[in-house]
Ligand binder design. Structure first.
Ligand code: ADP
Length: 175
């Protein structure tokens, strides 16, 4: 059984097997959770991101890649690129956002992480409506768990930084 939990606070402080970053296609760092991870992780994460980009080119929305965690207490960082919200392609953005969660969990499994902490991908600068993103995120994770019966993840943490997301996840998960 995998525990699903909700944590309110800063993802960079978590000592878990893997934290997920809501990155941009260039893995260049930026604002929000991405900036926080790059700042707290230090230059090793920047160097790893540059090496990943040099090897495979930009990371498309829905894709995920792994780097070390530099000075962070987490084991690895999984960078995934969420969709930028536009109301004219809502269904497509839902699919891309769901793909981010699945791709990140695939990599967590591959790298033997036992706990994975997710931020609320795309709900900051990328403008995805928070209630809609929360439903997509939870369903994507439940689908992945159902379709990957052989995994050995102990815990998936939804890290909520703002009050609206925190309340949404607590109510959707029934706590
Ligand atoms: P995106 O570009 O994918 O929208 P953002 O970083 O702007 O990414 O926002 C994604 C979510 O991350 C937002 O809900 C924001 O409140 C949250 N966030 C910002 N800083 C942190 C942090 N240090 N830890 C966890 N979540 C954070």
């Amino acid at each position: 059984m995998t525990d699903l939990s909700v944590y309110k606070g800063d993802i960079t402080e978590l000592s878990v097997g893997a934290i997920v970053n809501a990155a941009n296609s260039a893995l260049a760092g930026g604002s929000g959770v991405d900036g926080a991870i790059h700042r707290a992780g230090g230059p090793a994460i920047v160097a790893d991101c540059k090496a990943v980009i040099a090897r495979r080119g930009p990371c498309e929305p829905g894709d995920a890649v792994v780097t070390g965690a530099g000075e962070l207490p987490a084991g690895i960082v999984i960078h995934t690129v969420g969709p930028i919200w536009t109301s004219d392609a809502a269904d497509e953005h839902d699919k891309t956002l769901a793909k981010c969660y699945g791709a990140a969990l695939d990599l967590a499994l591959k790298h033997r992480a036992k706990e994975v902490a997710f931020p609320n991908i795309s709900t900051g600068a990328y403008g995805f409506p928070k209630p809609r993103a929360a439903v997509v995120a939870i369903n994507a994770i439940l689908d992945w768990l159902e379709n990957n019966a052989a995994h050995d993840l102990n815990e998936i943490v939804f890290v909520c930084f703002d009050d609206e997301n925190h309340e949404l996840y607590e109510s959707l998960l029934g706590w």
